[in-house]
Ligand binder design. Structure first.
Ligand SMILES: [Zn+2]
Ligand SMILES: [Zn+2]
Length: 256
């Protein structure tokens, strides 16, 4: 069965509300905002596939620490799946031997802790029987959303995005998508900030939902944790035939 377990589902950290990490299988995670505080040692050692949606800190926060953890526990390696551009941004600004060591050459270039698997928009790839279709979404930096598919089931995942025709079109073109994880970062009151930072408010999300040609279950995520109550009140005021459910950490999202 296809499912996503949100380890962290917020657009920042506050108390037990954690930055974005979505467990897709025991070995596969989308983004690394909170894996170190959500998984135990054995669960961390099982992670072999790390998909990175974009370079922003709330999505890569635990990647440097995770690499150090894997190296220091022996010869453990994992693969990072992202675009060439996003990988270059992360290497140039984090794994640059200044902020943090270059784990693509540790312990050796031949056998590194971080292996890089470049992915491209609209070119699907498969990890453990799950197909991921990378979708270019509308954010302030290059950013990925996905359609995840296994058997006849599919889940669309927006990543960080503002209003995005490409994401809407991909969903409308794929009748097997009935579940959508859609970011909703700011309350309606902060629409200017949402638009400037290419995120969504509940009222902007409602505009996107009106473009979707079939009823789906919508799971909202990436809420700013300090504004959660206000955002959820705005979400609850959306008038739509679709079921809209604020995502909860550790509560699995299923395709049907
Ligand atoms: Zn983010
Ligand atoms: Zn972002």
């Amino acid at each position: 069965m296809l499912s996503i377990v949100p380890l962290g589902c917020y657009g920042s950290d506050l108390e037990n509300k954690k930055c974005i990490s979505m467990l897709v299988t025991p070995s596969t995670v989308i983004d690394t905002g909170s894996i170190m505080s959500s998984l135990d040692t054995n669960q961390l050692l099982a992670i072999k596939h790390v998909i990175i949606t974009h370079s922003h800190f709330d999505h890569i926060k635990n990647l440097p620490i995770f690499a150090d953890f894997m190296l220091s526990l022996g010869n453990h390696s994992f693969t990072v799946y992202t675009t060439e551009n996003i990988m270059a941004q992360i290497m140039d600004n984090i794994f640059n031997d200044l902020i943090w060591p270059d784990f693509t050459k540790l312990p050796s270039r031949k056998n590194p802790t971080i292996k890089f698997q470049p992915i491209s928009f609209d070119v699907p790839f498969t990890i453990e029987g799950i197909e991921f279709l990378p979708i270019e979404v509308n954010h302030v930096v290059e950013s990925l959303g996905f359609i995840l598919r296994k058997g006849g089931e599919a889940i669309a995942y927006s990543g960080d995005t503002g209003i995005c025709e490409n994401f809407v079109n991909h969903i409308n073109d794929d009748p097997s998508v009935k579940t959508i994880c859609w970011e909703t970062s700011f309350p309606n009151r902060l629409e200017k900030l949402a638009t400037m930072s290419k995120h969504l408010t509940p009222s902007q999300l409602a505009g996107e939902l009106a473009k979707i040609k079939r009823n789906c279950n919508i799971h909202t995520f990436h809420l700013k944790p300090n504004l959660e109550d206000e955002i959820i009140a705005d979400i609850n005021s959306i008038e739509s035939p679709m079921k809209i459910i604020p995502m909860k950490q550790k509560r699995p999202i299923t395709a049907s």
